[in-house]
Design a protein around this ligand. Structure first.
Ligand code: SAH
Length: 238
């Protein structure tokens, strides 16, 4: 099975964490990441895991979404609603195929929101795509573990059916990508393009643009070289 990390962001009920572990194990997935869980470890989680205790024991607990996706070359966020800066959207089946294809180059992450509030806009901004499970729009919000079950099932079905992306280098790490974004923000501030007092959504829009391109290390080096040349212009070489 591909290295797909199921990332539960601020889960409230330990019972749901256990049910998610069970859903994962049924489908052959085993990397569970918990971002600031309200209560964990908890007996209720073990009870609802119904034998998937190993997944709970191996679960990684982190403080925030950036830490959870740090190693991921591709991130998808599940949501029952729209978010302020719309991302490309896929249904569960298409998203599962994309995740399997991207997992060919490294770990991929699948974000799930908290029971009551879902994912914030800032958390969704870490994703390349937004995943929506087709439901009756009049009653669109699934139980967290039910949503995890559907995605894990689709991933199981999608293994080996997705396309393999053609590229000469693997996509850059999140760390390299974030360093590039920091460099970009600094440069466009220094040259007076980004007004710190009225930033609007400029950096969020640029983040989405560059995420969509899935740049590799080589491409990020080129872009950062351009930014350095903007900051320290030198006459063209003859
Ligand atoms: N009231 C919240 C719903 C949270 S449900 C909201 O409006 O966002 C808990 C989590 O289950 C969601 O954050 C999402 O990760 C997943 N989920 C629930 N229904 C979904 C759907 N129809 N499509 C995709 N993910 C869904």
């Amino acid at each position: 099975m591909p290295d797909v990390r199921i990332i539960l962001v601020r889960p409230q009920h330990p019972g749901n964490i256990g049910a998610c572990a069970r859903a994962m194990k049924n489908m052959g997935l085993n990397r569970l990441v918990l971002v600031a869980p309200q209560r964990f470890p908890a007996e209720e989680a073990v009870a609802r895991a119904a034998g998937a205790d190993d997944i709970l024991e191996a679960a990684e607990v982190v403080d925030d979404v950036p830490a959870a996706v740090a190693e991921c070359v591709f991130v998808a966020a599940t949501s029952a609603r729209d978010h302020t800066i719309p991302l490309p959207r896929q249904d569960a089946r298409a998203a599962a195929a994309t995740l399997c294809a991207r997992a060919g180059s490294g770990p991929v992450g699948l974000l799930f929101g908290a029971e009551r509030t879902g994912l914030t806009n800032e958390e969704v901004d870490f994703a390349h795509v937004l995943v929506q499970i087709p439901v009756d729009p009049r009653f669109a919000s699934l139980n967290l573990a039910a949503a995890v079950q559907i995605l894990c099932y689709e991933i199981r079905c999608a293994v080996h059916t997705g396309e393999v992306p053609a590229r000469d280098y693997p996509p850059a790490s999140q760390e390299a990508f974030n360093l590039f974004l920091g460099h970009l923000e600094k440069t466009i501030t220094d040259i007076g393009f980004l007004n710190e007092r009225h930033p609007r959504k400029l950096m969020r829009r640029l983040t989405r643009l560059f995420r969509r391109a899935l740049p590799d290390d080589n491409e990020l080096q080129i872009l950062r070289g351009i930014l350095s040349a903007v900051e320290n212009p030198h006459p063209p070489r003859k």
